[in-house]
Design a protein around this ligand. Structure first.
Ligand SMILES: *Cc1c(COP(=O)(O)O)cnc(C)c1O
Length: 369
């Protein structure tokens, strides 16, 4: 490709992000379990708030997001002045790379880490560096060993996508303390699904000068289409990110919908408890059918097959049955399929089809008498 005006170095090396498939040719009833969306959708209060907001669409939206930051601060017990909102957490990942990474710096993450870390690092002209994991789990020692004086950002999704595994917060603290020249970004997109007293890294981001936590409305809040995420961290870092944020980055409907959503704690709790129950059910059902997975802390399971060809064949069988799951070869996991935990009927349907697939395979492998 020849470019009359060449883009900045690194841009043309970016591999385009491939989203989970959302349609199957010739089918209108496909079951989509490929993008970790909430099967219950958003809070009805969020729907109503968005509907009301259309009457104000001729108005420019809030530029400081004060009302939304206030609601988030209340729901999580956080200082609203240390919160920034973005067009999904993707935009905040982008801000972090633009502000803190660049030529001659490195951005660190793990081998099965979220693809946006690499994309945003390269967009900023930085060098992306991936370190190995241990049994599909973040390896803190590998991250510490992988850091250099040029490391500026370390991204750890906790729980991670697409593995579903997580590491304890004291391990993340150890990492932040060991690499003071870099900002540790704890991507807590799935934090609400963990339950217990897991705070997504909020306490670390309160105490340590080099820890930022990112969160999203795209997962448990069921608002992926609205595009709202946020980050919490040291005042100085939030101030830096606000300088590169567009003044009207979030639309009025997005701000109104997210604010209503974060105030509806009952919807979050219902989504969390149903997911916890069905995640256990799905993982067991798959294991019973010969398909293991690691203990997941998120709203998906990573189903493991003997090899890439088997995973691909199972994916084809699922598509044939009208079910879309996520192939994760692009994440270095060609022998796996990531399956979103849907509602109960969806979980039963996907387990049934995978059971048929493995039973048919087992029969083929039995030698003829
Ligand atoms: C889904 C997801 C996000 C959320 O992205 P948005 O831009 O907020 O929709 C962030 N990080 C990880 C690891 C995710 O899986």
């Amino acid at each position: 490709m020849s470019h009359t005006v060449p883009p900045q170095p690194g841009i043309l090396q970016i591999a385009l992000y491939e989203a989970g498939t959302s349609h199957l040719a010739g089918r209108t009833d496909a079951l989509k379990l490929s993008s970790n969306e909430n099967p219950f959708g958003p809070s009805h209060k969020a729907r109503e708030a968005v509907a009301r907001s259309v009457h104000q669409m001729h108005r420019y939206p809030s530029t400081d997001h004060a009302a939304l930051r206030h609601a988030i601060g209340e729901a999580h017990g956080l200082d609203r002045d240390r919160i920034i909102c973005g067009v999904g957490s993707d935009e905040i990942i982008h801000f972090l790379c633009q502000a803190y990474a660049g030529p001659d710096t490195e951005v660190l993450f793990t081998e099965h880490g979220f693809l946006m870390y690499r994309i945003s690092a390269m967009a900023a002209g930085a060098t992306p560096v991936a370190v190995g994991e241990r049994d599909r789990t973040t390896d803190i020692d590998a991250l510490i060993a992988g850091a250099t004086p040029a490391t500026r950002l370390i991204f750890v999704a906790n729980p991670n996508n697409p593995t579903g595994t997580m590491v304890p917060l004291d391990e993340l603290e150890r990492l932040a303390l060991a690499v003071p020249q870099a900002i540790l970004v704890i991507d807590a997109a799935y934090a609400e699904y963990v339950g217990g007293d897991y705070d997504g890294g909020a306490d670390l981001a309160t105490r340590l000068p080099n820890v930022v936590m990112t969160r999203t409305f795209s997962k448990i809040y069921g608002l992926g289409g609205l595009r709202v995420g946020w980050a919490y961290g040291p005042r100085e870092i939030i101030d830096v990110l606000n300088r590169i944020r567009g003044p009207f980055n979030l639309s009025g409907p997005a701000l109104e919908g997210a604010e209503a959503a974060v105030r509806d704690r009952a919807h979050v709790e219902h989504s969390r408890s149903e997911n916890a129950r069905l995640r256990v059910w799905l993982a067991r059902a798959l294991a019973d059918r010969g398909v293991p997975s690691d203990a997941s802390f998120a709203n998906f399971v990573l189903a493991r097959f003997a090899d890439g060809a088997t995973a691909e064949a199972c994916d084809a069988a699922l598509r044939e049955a009208g079910i879309i799951v996520r192939r994760v070869a692009g994440y270095g996991l060609p022998h796996c399929l990531r399956i979103t935990v849907g509602d109960e009927a969806s979980c039963r349907r996907v387990a049934h089809v995978i059971g048929q697939f493995t039973a048919a395979r087992a029969q083929i492998q039995v030698p003829a008498p």
